[in-house]
Design a protein around this ligand. Structure first.
Ligand code: ZN
Length: 283
């Protein structure tokens, strides 16, 4: 027989539990994130799907594409590009899909920006946020006289945003922005041979602290390019297996710095110096 706890006993227990959890998560913030973030993400994802209930839906093997009547023409092309991109990412990250991925095609940038809460910075062709990939209708940014399928495949946002999706799920959200941006740019480079800001050299690197904590307030081209260079340095010198191991450690609650020290045997400061030397020697 179990005695029911009386209120005066429950309250101190709850306070003590809350206190212990607060202490635990402040000592191990990354660990707290991998537990709490997926719950938040699924909540946000469901609320966004609901808001887009008025969209048409086309399903493929691994995707659910939400679109309005005016975007019907490009749905097949988006699905084809998404399925092919996913195949590459499954291999690169040992990713196992557990549900269909939602892609929303917005006919207007301002509608996409409003729904996702994008800032007033440069216009994005696509965005990954909370388990959902949003893209701008390709006709809005590909000129009429160009081969739309070729341009969308080579320069479109699906592979980039899908990389963010896979890394977000693989790490339970425990990943600094710069690292997932570097990975997304690296996938574009590897698959489509497209390099972010190609020809725009950078003369120095931001510090680990700046890149890690102030990514969005830094110069956009320099910050993204530096992220790509560091990821490329790791891929070129330690291989894709090292990247998979780093991501695996992030999922188990390690910080990125701890993962670097464990897998590539250098801290963030040393990594940044070596990556810049590697980039500088190759240009
Ligand atoms: Zn990105």
């Amino acid at each position: 027989m179990r005695m029911a706890l009386k209120e005066p006993v429950i309250l101190p227990l709850c306070v003590a539990a809350l206190f212990l959890l607060t202490v635990f998560f402040s000592i191990y913030p990354c660990f707290g994130k991998v537990i709490l973030y997926p719950i938040y993400r699924e909540f946000k994802k469901n609320s966004m799907s609901y808001q887009n209930a008025r969209f048409n839906v086309e399903k493929s093997e691994n995707f659910r594409v939400h679109y309005q009547d005016s975007s019907r023409e490009c749905v097949e092309m988006v699905i084809d590009n998404a399925e092919k991109s996913l195949k590459v990412l499954i291999e690169d990250f040992d990713y196992k899909l557990d549900c269909k991925i939602d892609i929303i095609i917005y006919p207007e940038y301002r509608e996409m920006a409003k729904k996702i809460g994008l800032g007033t910075g440069s216009t994005a062709m696509g965005v990954y946020y909370s388990g959902i990939i949003s893209i701008l209708e390709p006709k809005k940014w590909i000129r009429e006289n160009l081969d739309i399928v070729r341009v969308f495949t080579a320069e479109g946002p699906v592979l980039h945003e899908l990389t963010h999706y896979v890394i977000d799920y693989k790490t339970c959200g425990n990943v600094p922005v710069w690292f997932t941006e570097g990975m997304a740019l690296y996938e574009e480079y590897k698959v489509n041979n497209v390099q972010w800001a190609y020809g725009k050299d950078i003369e120095s690197f931001y510090s680990p602290d700046e890149l890690q904590n102030d990514f969005y307030s830094l110069d956009e081209i320099s910050a993204y390019k530096q992220s790509f260079i560091i990821v490329k340095y790791i891929e070129d010198n330690f291989g894709n297996e090292a990247v998979k191991k780093i991501i695996g450690l992030l999922k188990s609650g390690s910080s990125l710095e701890q993962a670097f020290i464990r897998i590539i045997k250098m801290d963030m400061k040393e990594l940044f110096i070596k990556a810049f030397e590697y980039y500088d020697a190759g240009r």
